[in-house]
Design a protein around this ligand. Structure first.
Ligand code: LLP
Length: 438
């Protein structure tokens, strides 16, 4: 929860200026109050309203031990896509039966780890993955609960790099009968896996429910056909994540109900008609839980004026802690946390008694890469060396996509809650940087 006393920025009642002094910059501040309130919204609008529903937080958006503990407490499940995410969850003591494993190319070792620890679901993403799961289950004498991830052939309206449900996609099993029917029959007859149902995920940062509705329609047609042809009764449907958030005024953020109510109604009607009991329905929100909880604090360094061209304001992080502007042309809002703390969504800077008149500036990082631009053309009141820049909505897909380019250390993460703060991920040290070098 971000607030201001018009001189300084506060996150959950903690002064951004003090946080930066105590923990250094760049720093990712994550509002635990915000994360918990998003979990509450999910409970109020979906989990408590519909029986047999679960929300598996998509760990790829951001993960650390402390977040696992919070999500566990909030009653969420976890969607992991790698051995590393699974390891983190297990180390945090997250109940394995509440973990689901996704991923388009799970290694035999990752599958073994998942089966050994008894994760709740493995989402099969390709025909040959069944062989791997069967082999591991045979060796361990276990049976795994699985879902089939289908590729519904739906184009979602978002950046091309983050659509996942269209036909030309590396994710999921295409519904072409020549492919799907064979996999389905093999799974049904396998003694090592228990097929609970189906999964789709169509894309991320969506503001329109059209793709979810289309994909649900396609999935329900499939479920009908499998009931007619094989007498198969689907017990679980997972509709992935993708619920968009507000980064700038361009984004029309919708409440969870906008996506989920019509999907639930479609499923209810279809299962009613098929005379089947309502299946369990699972969602996998990532960005919508943590995205707006994050604020990255940077210290302003060099300011360069190129007359008639542009004023570059450099900060002490950049594409290493937020690759999204370079990769997706993602847009962010910012303000000066120490003297012009505009809140996200507030009008751009105006001259005030505390701040000089706003100037058009471009915020760039410190990487040796011309594309290391965080925000192009934003109004700030004459930023100068030493100012503290806050970039908003950096909770999702920033720290989790970080790199050590130019051997810049990963930034630390501080969580805030009700006026208190604590370090949950420490800053990487130079020693850490060489710790794997032989
Ligand atoms: N479930 C599956 C199977 C997924 O592939 C994803 C995201 C999610 C759930 C969570 O989606 P969300 O609710 O966070 O939209 N790096 C990109 C986003 C990639 C998302 C990939 N899959 C970005 O920074 O925008």
């Amino acid at each position: 929860m971000i607030s201001t006393d018009r001189r300084e920025l506060y996150v959950d009642g903690c002064s951004a200026v003090q946080l930066a002094e105590e923990y250094g910059t760049p720093l990712l501040v994550l509002s635990e109050d915000h994360i918990r309130s998003r979990c509450r919204e999910l409970r109020d609008t979906f989990l408590s309203r519909y029986p047999e529903t679960r929300a598996a937080y998509a760990a790829k958006a951001f993960l650390c031990l402390e977040l696992c503990r919070i999500l566990e407490e909030e009653g969420l499940c976890l969607d992991v896509v790698s051995g590393g995410e699974l390891y983190t969850a297990l180390q945090a003591g997250f109940p394995p039966e509440r973990i689901e494993m996704n991923g388009n190319n799970k290694s035999p070792e990752e599958i073994r780890m998942a089966v050994e620890h008894g994760v709740g679901r493995i989402i099969l993403d390709g025909a040959d993955e069944l062989d791997l799961v069967e082999q591991v289950c045979r060796e361990l004498n276990k049976k795994a609960n699985v879902l089939i991830r289908i590729s519904p052939g739906v184009d979602s309206h978002t950046h091309q790099f983050i659509t996942t449900g269209n036909l030309d996609s590396k994710f999921g099993i295409p519904l072409a009968p020549s492919i799907f029917a064979g996999v389905f029959r093999r799974i049904l007859s396998s003694q090592y896996v228990n097929l609970l149902g189906f999964h789709y995920h169509i894309g991320s940062q969506l503001h329109d429910n059209e793709s979810h509705l289309k994909a649900t329609g396609i999935l329900l047609d499939l479920i009908r056909e499998l009931k007619t042809s094989y007498g198969y009764r689907t017990a679980e449907i997972n509709i992935g994540g993708g619920f968009g958030i507000r980064y700038t005024d361009e984004d029309d953020e919708k409440p969870y109900e906008y996506f989920l109510d019509p999907v639930m109604e479609m499923i209810r009607q279809a299962f009613n008609e098929m005379e089947l009991p309502m299946p369990a329905v699972v969602i996998e929100p990532g960005r919508s839980i943590v995205g707006n909880a994050g604020v990255t604090l940077y210290r302003v360094g060099t300011v360069k004026e190129i007359p008639g061209v542009r004023r570059y304001v450099s900060v002490d992080g950049g594409m290493t802690d937020n690759i999204r502007p370079a990769l997706y042309d993602a847009q962010y809002e910012c303000s000066l946390a120490n003297r012009d703390p505009r809140l996200p969504g507030a009008p751009q800077a105006t001259a005030s008694e505390t701040a000089p008149a706003p100037e058009l500036v471009t915020i760039c990082g410190k990487c040796c890469e011309s594309g290391d631009i965080l925000i192009r053309d934003t109004l700030l009141p004459a930023p100068r060396r030493g100012d503290l820049l806050a970039v908003y909505s950096t909770g999702a897909y920033c720290a989790s996509m970080a790199s050590n380019y130019n051997r810049l250390p990963f930034l630390p993460v501080v969580m805030t809650r009700g006026g208190r703060h604590r370090l949950v991920v420490r800053r990487q040290t130079y020693q850490d940087l060489i710790s794997r070098d032989l």
